[in-house]
Structure formats: structure tokens, C-alpha cells
Design a protein around this ligand. Structure first.
Ligand SMILES: Nc1ncnc2c1ncn2[C@@H]1O[C@H](COP(=O)(O)OP(=O)(O)OP(=O)(O)O)[C@@H](O)[C@H]1O
Length: 229
């Protein structure tokens, strides 16, 4: 589903990504770990076509990323989901679905919000009353509404309380059960083991470890991470 071949990117002569290659199969949840500045967001930005690589190629579903075309099959959930505070969850979802070319009834929009884990009582409340976790659920609902095959997430559990994190984990598992593929950059080792099917560890622009989560527990991953970075 996702393939990086010898991807490189430098900013002002300084390498942000150094010849990284990996692939992620459909239905996987790939978690990318690494210190601040390791290159995680740069990797996501290359896949989203927000920036161009200096070398190498990125593919989604065997299609090379073309930075001039917004891939309809891809959704992006940033750490802080930007929504309109004066609109409700349903109205925000309606707006962003239409932007992506989809028109839905109010009931359908509500159903997408429910699938994303947002409680029904909140669907028509103003976004200004939403917590961070609730805003994230609207972001996930947008991904569902636009029928994205791949969902990129940057620091999705940062600032979420343990209950919201557990809920997020179960929503991710539902999404992959429905055929989606998830790629997330995270600092949350425990969540990476819990939700991920595979994990990459980046150091200074290089992908230095790739592990299947079935082969490791959180304590072992923490040790490996500390030895690696
Ligand atoms: N637009 C930019 N201009 C200049 N340098 C940049 C830019 N974006 C990223 N960098 C640099 O590229 C390197 C990789 O940054 P990146 O944001 O990909 O790291 P990260 O692993 O996502 O870090 P964090 O965990 O802090 O989000 C860093 O040295 C960063 O300063």
C-alpha cells in the first residue's frame, strides 16, 4: 500500500531524510518512532505530496506521489485537527466532506461521527466545546467520509488521557478491520506496541530499525529505542 524507495530530503544543505526505504502493507498500522527532528513529519509530508523529495520515490498503491495532485484516497490527521469552532461536528464534517467532493445527508454524517467514536450528544454541539480527543474523532470521521484508503496521523495520542488513548486504539483497530491502512508518527512507545502492527525507529533522518510488534513488548521496545537513538 505504501512504499518508500531511497527517499532523501535536505533543508538548507542539512539532511532531514537520508535514503530511507520501507513498505507498509494494506491493513497495517505502521508506527514511526524517533526523537524530535528525526524525520518523521518529513516522511509523512513527502507521502502527502506537501514537499518533494530530493531523491528517491514514494508510492501509494503503486502510484508515485505527484505533489501537484491531492490524492483523494489519502487522509491526514495532524496533531491538532483544525476545524471551525463556531460550527458543530456535523457541520464541520459536512464542510470538509464537500471540499473532498462528497455530499452526505445529516444522518450519514452523524453515522460517520459515530463510527469515529464521537458520542451522539456531541454531534450538534459547537466545536468550541470539544476536547482534543473529540476534535480528533471529527478528523477520523473526515477520513471515513472521504473513503480514504490510507490515513496518516502525526502524534495522535499526544495530550490524550489514558481513556481517550484506549478509545483511539480501538477506533484504529476498527479502521484497519474495515480495510484502511494507518501510518502514524508518534513518541508514545506503549501505544505503538498496543496499536501498531509494525514499528520503525528513525535516527537523524535514517530508518534504523523495523520491528513487527508481535515480536516485542513495550519494555523491550523501550530498551531497543533507547539503545538505538
Ligand atoms: N520546513 C523546514 N525547513 C527547514 N528545516 C526543516 C523543515 N522541516 C523540517 N526541517 C528539519 O528537518 C529535520 C527533520 O524534521 P521533522 O519535522 O521531520 O522531524 P520529526 O521527527 O517529525 O520531529 P518531531 O518529533 O519534533 O515532530 C529537523 O532537523 C528539522 O529541523
Amino acid at each position: 500500500m505504501l512504499k518508500a524507495i531511497n527517499l532523501s530530503k535536505a533543508y538548507n544543505g542539512k539532511k532531514a531524510l537520508n535514503d530511507i526505504s520501507f513498505h507498509v502493507e494494506q491493513g497495517e498500522i505502521f508506527c514511526l518512532l524517533g526523537q524530535n527532528g528525526a524525520g518523521k513529519t518529513t516522511t509523512i509530508n513527502l507521502f502527502l505530496g506537501f514537499i518533494k523529495p530530493d531523491g528517491g520515490s514514494a508510492f501509494i498503491n503503486d502510484e508515485e506521489i505527484n505533489n501537484s495532485a491531492l490524492n483523494q484516497k489519502v487522509a491526514y490527521i495532524p496533531e491538532i485537527v483544525q476545524l471551525y469552532g463556531n460550527l458543530s461536528g456535523v457541520e464541520n464534517l459536512d464542510f470538509f466532506s464537500r471540499l473532498a467532493g462528497f455530499t452526505y445527508s445529516k444522518d450519514e454524517l452523524s453515522e460517520f461521527l459515530s463510527q469515529a467514536g464521537l458520542q451522539a450528544e456531541a454531534h450538534y454541539l459547537s466545536l468550541s466545546s470539544y476536547s482534543k480527543g473529540m476534535r480528533q474523532k471529527v478528523g477520523i470521521a473526515v477520513a471515513i467520509a472521504k473513503n480514504a484508503d490510507v490515513i496518516f496521523m502525526d502524534e495522535p495520542t499526544s495530550g490524550l488521557d489514558p481513556k481517550a488513548t484506549a478509545e483511539f486504539t480501538s477506533i484504529c483497530k476498527n479502521l484497519v478491520a474495515a480495510g484502511k491502512t494507518i501510518f502514524m508518527a508518534t513518541h508514545d512507545i506503549f501505544n505503538a506496541v498496543n496499536v501498531g502492527t509494525s514499528i520503525g525507529i528513525m535516527k537523524e533522518g535514517s530508518l534504523v530499525q523495523q520491528i513487527q510488534t508481535k515480536n516485542i513488548n513495550a519494555e523491550q521496545l523501550k530498551q531497543l529505542y533507547l539503545e538505538t537513538i
